[in-house]
Design a protein around this ligand. Sequence first.
Ligand SMILES: [Zn+2]
Length: 217
Amino acid sequence: MNRFIEMAAELLYPWCCPGCGKLTSYKTIWCGSCINDTWNPRLINSSVTDHLDGCYTLCDYHSGMRKCILQLKYNGKSELSKAFPPLLDRFPWWDRMEDFKIVIPVPLASRKMKERGYNQVDKMFQKWMESAGKEYFPQGLVRLRRGETQSLLTRVERYKNIKGAFHINKGMDVKGRKILLVDDVYTTGATMEAAAHELKLGGAEKVVGMTIASGAI
Ligand SMILES: [Zn+2]
């Protein structure tokens, strides 16, 4: 885009940092201090479990990052989907994901999907993954039952609550494939592990996770 059009776009569409509300630009999206506060790409320790072959996360889950994710998730601010591609752009280890051509999000239960109107995980990842040449399957997995909201449960309860909650959708073939499983937040890893378990039962060769943020180290 030439500089003039860029400037015009910034005037017409001023943009506030999704973390703190400070005026930024349509191009940079985040302000420097929100990024410095939370940017912490890593492979989460202990995220290699029975079925999940490790999970990467991009940011720490607090301050502006947490606020942005919650707004997209619970307050219907779907325009915040613009906040995530710049983060994915910065992920330092895409070369490790080259063989992972298939991307599947952790799905919402259908009731939540109806209430919210979208899966926030799709808003975060779908466009970017498709533009990077990966195949994104919003309904690759289905969530069979709603269960209790995970956030109110202990670690052990979370594993129990979520076990068997996912199912590979009809027509989705993961046999022998390497799957990138994406979600918004990694907490205890119970959700990712349950989803990875189902994908392995379906014959997936490897399942690696990626989330936008996590409180885990
Ligand atoms: Zn900010």
